[in-house]
Design a protein around this ligand. Structure first.
Ligand SMILES: [Mn+2]
Length: 339
């Protein structure tokens, strides 16, 4: 039996289902939670939605019905993890409660590489997919074709828009994909459009939705822009973000522009958090962002990854030190510039 078919059977047998999105939830994870969950609800399933923290308002224009930020450790027939595999990605819920999670039946639908083991899990992983929302779209479309009790007759324009939102956010509006991912990405996007996905609403909400403060903050980040060979980098502090009253996602606007610097092959944005400095790492095919992030305990994809390093007392020096370490890695070890 294929994993897809097995998941379908597990979902059909289940009545109460908890769906989890990872911490610092993004458009893909949120789109996947509701893109799948709302289809299951239409089949009469009782779905609960959990994620450790509140999503950015950018992603909530479709609503986040009954989204909960604390977990009840209740009785569920199955738990679904979308867009992540490791317990640590929902550490607020799992830390100290591994026994609860270990014994629960789990379905994991993810597009990140993962080498570890998760007990009692049916894992559907496809790292070629740009987003988990593509996987949800493909799976539910396949299940629909299989007729009886299928999910995609439960697809509607709002659900398709959730999935399109995830596809757009993880692909950077169709910019981050590599050649071997493009056909599938565009096919899946078209599939959601055919199901009524509101492309314009996604563009208006995700991109044409900046406040004056967002732009001022971008200006601040770009004001600190530095270039070292083909590395382009900048930073921002925790207090600054609070002063501007902004969500951390607003800072990613600057990151998009940094990626557009012609000679930039590695783009680093350091963000001060409570527990360290989080680096967004972006590439354009020359360097392996994921391999670099993993050197610092992080992860991600070839062209987009992230990691957190400890704060060295001063943000500027922490960032500079990180850039130096990255530079050393890419100049001394070929594994960081190959697949
Ligand atoms: Mn994703």
């Amino acid at each position: 039996m294929t994993t897809s078919h097995h998941m379908k059977q597990q979902l059909e047998a289940a009545h109460t289902i908890a769906i989890f999105g990872h911490q610092s939830i993004d458009g893909d994870a949120l789109g996947a939670m509701y893109g799948l969950g709302l289809q299951l609800e239409k089949q009469g399933k009782q779905i609960s939605y959990f994620t450790p923290n509140e999503p950015s308002p950018l992603f909530t224009f479709l609503g986040v019905k009954d989204l909960q930020f604390t977990f009840d450790y209740g009785e569920y027939d199955v738990l679904i993890f979308v867009d992540f595999t490791e317990y640590s990605r929902i550490a607020t819920f799992t830390s100290g409660f591994e026994n609860y999670f270990d014994k629960q039946q789990k379905i994991i639908i993810d597009h990140h590489l993962f080498d570890g083991d998760v007990p009692n899990a049916t894992i559907y992983r496809d790292t070629v997919a740009m987003s988990t929302c593509e996987l949800i779209f493909e799976l539910t479309s396949e299940w629909r074709k299989q007729g009886e009790n299928a999910t995609s007759q439960f697809m509607d324009a709002s659900i398709a828009t959730f999935l399109y939102m995830g596809i757009v956010s993880d692909s950077g509006n169709f910019r981050h994909d590599e050649k071997h991912q493009t056909l599938r990405l565009m096919n899946d996007a078209l599939g959601t459009i055919k199901q009524g996905a509101d492309k314009q609403a996604v563009i208006n909400n995700l991109f044409r939705n900046k406040s004056f403060e967002d732009l001022q903050f971008m200006q601040r980040i770009l004001g600190r822009l530095q270039k070292d060979d083909d590395i382009v980098y900048s930073r921002y502090g925790k207090q600054e973000l609070a002063d501007f009253g902004l969500h951390r996602d607003s800072a990613d606007y600057a990151l998009y522009l940094m990626v557009d610097v012609r000679e930039a092959q590695l783009i680093l944005l350091g963000k001060e958090l409570d527990d360290g400095v989080r680096f967004s790492i972006r590439g354009k095919g020359k360097y392996n962002c994921r391999a670099l992030a993993m050197e610092f305990g992080g992860g991600g994809h070839f062209n987009a990854a992230g990691c957190t390093v400890s704060f060295e007392g001063n943000l500027e020096t922490t960032v500079l030190h990180f850039v130096q370490q990255i530079k050393k890695l890419i100049t001394t070890d070929k594994k960081f510039s190959s697949k």
